[in-house]
Ligand binder design. Structure first.
Ligand code: AMP
Length: 232
C-alpha cells in the first residue's frame, strides 16, 4: 500500500464489527496505514499460532477449522497484550475480529478503561449474506484458508448473526458507532471509511502526536474477488 503523505492529528482507536467477508482485514490495513496505528487482527494472531503449532495453536485449531469461536479468555488475553503493546507505540489501534460476542464487547471496554485507551469509533461494515458467501468462496480459491469451505462459511455467518451482530446496538447506545455499506468495491468502501473516521477524529481530543498517511486504495479489488474494470 502506497503512502502519499502525512499529516499530524490525534491518534485513533477503532474497533470493527463486521461479518466474515465484509473486508475487515483489507480495511483494517487501510485504516492502520492511514493513521499510522497498529492493526490488531485476532484471526491473524490465532492462525499464526496454528501455523507455528504452539500449544495455543493446537488448542484453537479445531475451532478455527470448524468456523466456531475460540473461548473468550484466549482472545481476551491476546487483546490485553496487544493493547498494552499499542499503548507503548502511541496508544492508537485498529482492532479487527474482536469483539465477537457481547461478553467480549464488555471485556474489551473494561480492558480499554484499565489501560486508558477505550475505542473512539466502532466501525460496522454492512453487507448481505449472499455477497459475503460469494467473496469468501472467491477468497477460498485464492488463499486456501481452512475455514473458507461452503459449509464452514455458512456456520461463520450464522455465528455472526447470532453472537456478534447483537453488539451493534450496544455500541449504538454508546454513541461511537459508524456504519459503512461494504457491498461496494473495496476502494470506495475504504474512501468512505477514511472520510467517516476523519469526521470522528475531530471529536477526539487528544494531543496531536501521531502521523496520518494517505493510502492508495486503487489496488484493493482483488482482495474481494472483484473483476478488473473494463478498459474503455
Ligand atoms: P477472522 O480472521 O476474523 O475471520 O477469524 C477467523 C477465526 O478465528 C474465527 O472464525 C474464529 O474461529 C477465530 N476468532 C477470531 N477472532 C475471534 C474472537 N474475537 N473470538 C473468538 N474467536 C475468534
Amino acid at each position: 500500500m502506497r503512502a502519499l503523505g502525512m499529516t499530524k492529528g490525534p491518534m485513533m482507536r477503532v474497533l470493527m464489527v463486521a461479518p466474515p467477508g465484509a473486508g475487515k482485514g483489507t480495511q483494517g490495513a487501510v485504516i492502520a496505514t492511514h493513521f499510522g496505528i497498529p492493526h490488531i487482527a485476532t484471526g491473524d494472531l490465532l492462525r499464526d499460532h496454528v501455523a507455528r503449532r504452539t500449544p495455543l495453536g493446537q488448542a484453537v485449531q479445531a475451532h478455527l477449522d470448524q468456523g466456531e469461536l475460540v473461548p473468550d479468555e484466549i482472545v481476551l488475553d491476546m487483546v490485553r497484550e496487544a493493547l498494552a503493546d499499542a499503548a507503548a507505540t502511541g496508544g492508537g489501534y485498529v482492532l479487527d475480529g474482536v469483539p465477537r460476542t457481547m461478553a467480549q464487547a464488555r471485556a474489551t471496554y473494561q480492558i480499554g478503561l484499565e489501560l486508558g485507551m477505550t475505542a473512539d469509533v466502532a466501525l460496522h461494515l454492512k453487507a448481505d449474506d449472499r455477497e459475503l458467501e460469494r467473496r469468501l468462496l472467491a477468497r477460498a480459491a485464492l488463499e486456501g484458508r481452512s475455514d473458507d469451505t461452503e459449509e464452514t462459511i455458512r456456520r461463520r455467518l450464522r455465528v455472526y448473526h447470532e453472537l456478534t451482530h447483537p453488539i451493534v446496538a450496544w455500541y449504538g447506545d454508546r454513541g461511537i458507532f459508524v456504519t459503512v455499506d461494504a457491498m461496494r468495491p473495496a476502494d470506495q468502501v475504504g474512501r468512505e471509511i477514511l472520510a467517516a473516521l476523519e469526521v470522528m477524529r475531530s471529536f477526539v481530543h487528544r494531543s496531536p502526536d501521531q502521523p496520518r498517511r494517505a493510502v492508495d486504495l486503487s489496488g484493493l479489488g482483488a482482495a474481494f474477488g472483484e473483476l478488473p474494470a473494463p478498459t474503455p
